[in-house]
Design a protein around this ligand. Structure first.
Ligand code: AP5
Length: 210
């Protein structure tokens, strides 16, 4: 299985990628998680890119391409993948296509999860992430949890889930990422999935189109 999940910030890409990755035992590649890990550990890369992630701007393409090349050279994409948050603009999509061509690999599908802007703002404002196992929770759906039910870790709000940064992320999405819908549609790879309803309902819709 080689799929890309597209969708605005908060559309539910991470939630769905987790579920599908466990069901089919394929790696979930989240560039956002990789970047946040680098920032948390104050690596050289983390220090260079924190200002972009925290303000909701895209990290420069050269860093992202390097991350994906490393994944490829370490063999992590050989048995399939679920891409979450990559590619994020046309340049990344074209480079990814060239990298896959070189490997003789084709994408199976690009799934675009569509959700209204009001719902996105509501979901992001209420999101909490486990600082330890990285599970994603919602104060809307899961109640006001104090600790992660899976591992007891502390639940944190992401720095870029403030109202001001959410607004910028949505603007960046419209300008940079939305054009990928037409790009992949022209390649005959795009499938639109309604992202409203419960996470389980959306998983069912995705499973039907896979
Ligand atoms: P990234 O981490 O990729 O963030 P994003 O695209 O903004 O998406 P999110 O993770 O915010 O949302 P999601 O769609 O995964 O939703 P989730 O499942 O969590 O990127 C962060 C930053 O890193 C970027 O701004 C950029 O700076 C940088 N970056 C990353 N990749 C890059 C790249 N390729 N190039 C350049 N820069 C890059 O769900 C959200 C909430 O809703 C959760 O609380 C969840 O529990 C809840 N929820 C999910 N589904 C449902 C449902 N059906 N009903 C109700 N609640 C739900």
């Amino acid at each position: 299985m080689r799929i890309v999940l597209l969708g605005a910030p908060g559309a539910g890409k991470g939630t769905q990628a987790n579920k599908i990755s466990h069901k089919f035992n394929v790696p979930h590649i989240s560039t956002g998680d990789i970047l946040r890990h680098e920032i948390k550990n104050s690596t050289e890369l983390g220090n260079k890119i924190s200002k972009y992630v925290e303000s909701g701007e895209l990290v420069p393409d050269e860093f992202i391409i390097e991350i994906i090349k490393n994944k490829i050279s370490s063999g992590q994409l050989e048995n399939g993948f679920i891409m979450d948050g990559f590619p994020r603009n046309l340049k990344q999509a074209k480079m990814f296509s060239e990298m896959l061509d070189e490997l003789g690999i084709e994408l199976d599908k690009v799934i675009n999860i569509a959700v209204s802007e009001d719902e996105i703002i509501n979901r992001l404002s209420n999101r909490r992430i486990c600082s330890s196992c990285k599970s994603i929770y919602s104060f809307n759906n899961d109640g006001k949890l104090e600790k992660c039910p899976k591992c007891g870790g502390e639940l944190l709000k992401r720095k870029d889930d403030s109202a001001e940064v959410i607004k910028n992320r949505l603007e960046v999405y419209e300008a940079e990422t939305r054009p990928l819908i037409d790009y992949y549609s022209d390649k005959g790879l795009l499938v639109n999935v309604d992202g409203s309803g419960s996470a389980e309902e959306i998983t069912e819709r995705i499973l039907k189109v896979l």
